[in-house]
Design a protein around this ligand. Sequence first.
Ligand code: AMP
Length: 175
Amino acid sequence: MPIRSRIRTIPDYPKPGIQFRDVTTLFQDATGFRLAVDELLKTYQGVAIDKVAGIEARGFVLGGAMAHQFECGFVPVRKRGKLPWQTIGRDYALEYGTDRVEIHVDAIAPGERVLLVDDLIATGGTAQAAVDLIEEAQGIVIGCCFLIDLPDLGGSRRLEARGYAVHSLCQFEGE
Ligand code: AMP
């Protein structure tokens, strides 16, 4: 598993009980990074895509490389308060409290076909909020892709249950 084996696991980060899946070890490896981007691209060969939307921050790294290859636009899905222009936003629940993702009001035109990308899907709360935002902008979500799925947390199943096509390159059991 050349991609999975290049991802570092850091136990108890950022808090006890969390197995943090660190993709910097994959990104810093020239072969690994190219392989990961190429594998993500493969799924969407021949699919019409107007925009890649990447979730802050590791989704920017993947999404930028993918958008370049697709020759399409890139939309940053940012955390609360980071974007300089007018935004639309969605709050979503965390274990304790809430967080918020935002895009610029003019980032996606009605009818544009958008591919969502992030490094990892866990509970799916972040991705679902991003999908909701894309649809609020009247974009069409053509798929959601991730390097890593944590299937025990159910996020990918939840997105699929809502009718979205989810693709991930590898899985880690447990949290
Ligand atoms: P979720 O909204 O629960 O699906 O969480 C996904 C977001 O949190 C992604 O942007 C991930 O980068 C980050 N994340 C959640 N769990 C982990 C983990 N175990 N290791 C690394 N990143 C994580």
